[in-house]
Design a protein around this ligand. Structure first.
Ligand code: NDP
Length: 247
């Protein structure tokens, strides 16, 4: 059986991605940071639908916890072939002139360093040069990487820009080792993340300015992620799909 790891799968886009991967026949590792009950409900939902999943706690910004997470995957009788780097954070909306070093470092520790380290560990397991069977990595970036998130969270937007560069560079490094690396840049999706920025109703506020005239649903992003991870996208690497309703 093939194993898929989705970081930050306890809710939001990660939850929808875990559910869809399970429907496609993967055993899914549902990573979460703090919300164990939410992660367990994702696992229960997958099992109710006849799929296989397990929850695994780890703060991906903490290298020791991340290594324990991958050791947990190694104990499975399934091969890791899909990594979805979905976990990401942002903080209260503010201007660059108000940012602190501590906040910038925290955002980058999760969104950039955590993603890099998950890629490192996945490549060691998937790469044919390491005796692996190959696989697919999908990095969940953001339209903010293109738009900049001015007046909201430029630190977060810049971290997503770094993720896009990782997608490009890593895709070239491992193209000969059976690993495809792609990204998805969601736009304004209905999740709890906007509350972390201090504006729970943010998606509805901007909806009329989105060409498709509405915010997006988590399932719509999961479709793009899972397609990139699938064999249907077998000739695609180093690509980033904008899933932002035209923004
Ligand atoms: P949510 O805030 O709804 O969920 C975040 C998820 O990430 C949770 O499962 C959370 O775990 C987990 N998480 C947070 N920090 C860590 C960490 N350090 N280690 C492990 N897991 C962590 O986010 P969304 O679903 O909205 O976003 C998912 C991804 O999509 C993010 O990368 C985000 O930047 C990106 N995105 C979202 C957009 C949107 O409009 N919603 C737009 C563009 C991009 P727990 O539940 O345990 O706290």
């Amino acid at each position: 059986m093939e194993l898929a790891l989705v970081t930050g799968a306890s809710r939001g886009i990660g939850r929808a991605t875990a559910l869809l991967l399970a429907k496609k026949g993967y055993r899914v590792a549902v990573n979460y940071h703090q919300r164990e009950a939410d992660a367990l409900s994702v696992v229960a939902e997958i099992q109710r639908q006849g799929g296989e999943a397990f929850a695994v706690q780890a703060n991906i910004a903490n290298e020791a916890q991340l290594m324990t997470l991958f050791q947990r995957l190694d104990a499975e009788d399934a091969t890791l072939t899909v990594l979805v780097n979905n976990a990401g954070i942002l903080f209260q909306q503010c201007r660059v002139e108000e940012l602190t070093a501590a906040r910038i470092q925290q955002v980058f520790a999760t969104n950039v360093t955590g993603t890099f380290l998950c890629c490192r560990e996945a490549v060691k397991r998937m790469g044919t040069h390491h005796g692996g069977k190959g696989g697919a990595i999908v990095n969940v970036s953001s339209a903010a990487a293109r738009l900049g998130a001015a007046g909201e969270y430029v630190d977060y937007a810049a971290s997503k820009g770094a993720m896009d560069t990782l997608t490009e560079g890593l895709s070239l490094e491992v193209a000969q080792q059976g690993i495809r690396v792609n990204g998805v840049r969601p736009g304004f999706i209905y999740t709890e993340m906007h509350a972390d920025g201090g504006e729970p109703g943010r998606v509805d506020r901007v909806a009329s300015a989105i060409p498709l005239g509405r915010g997006g649903q988590t399932e719509e992003i999961a479709e793009a992620i899972v397609w990139l991870a699938s064999e249907a996208a077998s000739y695609i690497t180093g690509s980033i799909i904008d899933a932002a309703g035209g923004r």
